[in-house]
Design a protein. Structure first.
Length: 117
């Protein structure tokens, strides 16, 4: 599966952004999908994950209650709605797919999110 993320940008603290990830490939609906992020000088970290049907979701504690992951299997799209953004959310966000254990085999190119304080 190939992934193309979009929707990043500059937003003030407290604001919202919606990231989108377009996936190509026939295996999209058979794969959990997720988002990771990497802030400057920090390691890449898990943000959120959604199950194949969209019914199960998982979040990092740092974003729980503020971010919502969803998917539309008919459109091969995954979304990350980000509300109440904080400066600490500034990072490059990556769409991921095809998990094997804790490893994700497919990564998108990343989209920059910058939150001004």
């Amino acid at each position: 599966v190939q992934l193309q993320a979009s929707g990043g940008g500059l937003v003030q603290a407290g604001g919202s952004l919606r990231l989108a990830c377009a996936a190509s490939g026939r295996t999209f609906s058979s794969s959990d999908m997720g988002w990771f992020r990497q802030a400057p000088g920090k390691e890449r970290e898990f943000v959120a994950r959604v199950g194949k049907s969209g019914g199960s979701t998982y979040y990092a504690d740092s974003v729980k209650g503020r971010f919502t992951i969803s998917r539309d299997n008919a459109k091969n799209m995954v979304y990350l709605q980000m509300n109440s953004l904080q400066h600490e959310d500034t990072a490059v966000y990556y769409c991921v797919a095809d998990p094997v254990g804790r490893r994700w085999n497919a990564w998108g190119q990343g989209t920059q999110v910058t939150v001004s304080s």
